[in-house]
Design a protein around this ligand. Sequence first.
Ligand code: ASP
Length: 739
Amino acid sequence: MLNKLVLTLCLFLGLNTFAKEGMWIPTLLEAVESDMKSFGCELSAEDIYSVNNSSLKDAIVHFGGGCTAEVISDQGLLLTNHHCGYGQIQSHSSLENDYLKNGFWAKTMADELANPGLTATFIVEMMDVSEELLDLAFSNPEAFEKKKAELIADRLNGEDYLEAVIRPFNYGNSYFMIVSKTFSDVRLVGAPPSAVGKFGGDTDNWVWPRHTGDFSMFRIYADENNLPAEYSENNQAYQAPRHLEVSLNGVKEGDFTMVFGFPGRTEQHLLSSQVSYVVEKANPMRLAMRESSLSIIDQAMRGSDKVRIQYAAKQSSISNAYKKWIGQNKGLIELKAIQQKLAQEEAFKSLAAMKGMEEAALPEEINALAIQNQDYQLARDAFIEWYYYGPELPAFARGFNTIINSREALEDKGAVQEEIDALKAITTGFFKDYQQGLDEQIFDKITALYLQHIRQDLQPDELDVLAQKFKGDVKAYRESAYKKSLFTSEEGVMKMLADLEAGKVKKWTKKVNADPIFKLGASFVDGYYSKIRPIYNEVNSQIEEKMHAYVKTKMLLFPNNTYWSDANSTLRLTFGKAEGSVPRDGIVYKSFTTANGILEKYIPGDADFDLPADLVELLSKEEFGIYAADDGELHVCFTGSNHTTGGNSGSPALNAKGQLIGLNFDRTWESTMSDILFDPVRCRNIMVDIRYILFIVDKYADAQRLIEEMTLVMGEESPEMEDPALEGMMNEAEAPQKN
Ligand code: ASP
């Protein structure tokens, strides 16, 4: 009803929506090529993805496994979001060098900062291997695995810097081999202050209108053969065979836009009981847990610069999903998602029954299995929340399990030493960003919520101690456990590692296995593996098999619907137009924001809306030069009807020619349910305008050396800017003037 009203309103206001649901596999673009052309795209499917020729895909990077980045110079310069590089920016920050607060710009390549563990992956090829695998997938798992290994070995055939995996798509209705090349020397080049890169903070996150310059820059380094190599001083900037052109021509309402990147996860085919699980069980539990920890962390971060730096990245990762889940629940309820799903299931059942198909029973069977699995699924989700996003000490302690209890699994002395070295690094990193007092408060709150939500027989055994010895008093249990634990002292842990290195193992084996925090961490993991995972996985694999049949049958029964494979962290292209939206009755969202809005939002001293004085001055001068839009303003962000999700963070927003016009970083609040239910009227992705990014790099950070590396396009020209003195290339007088 609401949806219909909004749609009517849209038509009434003359606001046509061009939103096109779907995240397209780049090798299958022919299927949507004519749609893309009708939207204004000037590229062919082959220009976007080609195995034999250079194509756009060669400039797209899976950044750190969870985000996207793009190559923007032939020297391997990468552009991604500030929030994607946040962990690295934070890890290089200290009270003396507060890069989070002040930003960081390497003056020369030699000043670019290494980031152990950070990777940049290019897709070399995506091959449809469904024909070879479909028959075996559910009938003969052993032969299926063997065939997969054979296909991979055949393809790699000695190219040892490549990797390949075979991934199921669409619940195993197709399979693709993904061949990739991963670089592991990726250095931080530049990041604006958080007052730009995170402007608006949690208040504005997932919200439109937006004024966040959510970008940072990195660079790929390679060995002397331009191939992937571990970090070395001798590595050189990667000579990129393909980089994106950067357009200064801007983007206008109605222009074609596409976003190319690595969307993480969507679940468009969930059935009614599965949606109700998300809305009524999982989200309320996770929200309660995250709300508690955020209230503790936020307060502590406001009170101390040291804690602000220490907890910045952790806080962001907790709060990002927290806020999204609130919006997701609201959207799913408003769109009556459960009722929509029930109606779809009814339509499926009656059509299948009419055709005499046994698949008619599938919706009921899947719903029944999903309901049967709910307690296990909730226990699994709670384990993830408690162990990975809750108190940190138990997981840190549990990290010593291998060296203490499975030393023999480490093949030789070398492997033992490697493990000890790794633990030393982990210990230093852990204590660098750790406040025991905060962790204790989080422990109390999250553990109490865990106990409240999870069936007792699915809880870890060690929590019996809390129930019995401490009569359920979480605080008393925690006080005793933290007090007795050896893992609260960096010195103590380092001493243990030195002893283990010297072969003094016995004493520590006893101590660690008696440590209450180690025992609790271990018990959470063991409990998950022994009580939750086996049953969860068993039922889930039955669900997956039925989902495979359900989705396949849907495609047969309703052939005129459009089908696309759910996101699964593989390379996808989505397209639409630059456009605003009508998110609800009485509200129309314009499609772009300007620097005026930054100054309007500015609140001196505020945690989310403060600005550095020199930026206020710069923006107030309104001298935007070549970065101004036709209206003379500096455009900051814009929205589009491109179907995106998490993982698309950092993806390039491209124009009809495939040139970079912006950087995807978010969705509007009213879009947060789109991973489950996409609504063309409301769902909009948010991108930073590339001209705002360049303005900050050039005029604020004074980092012209980076602009000089890029291939800027103005008008129809695409001049290779060799020694640009950028202002000289385009006379200021010719640049659009602010009205
Ligand atoms: N801001 C988002 C993220 O957290 C991007 C999105 O989901 O649209 O990854």
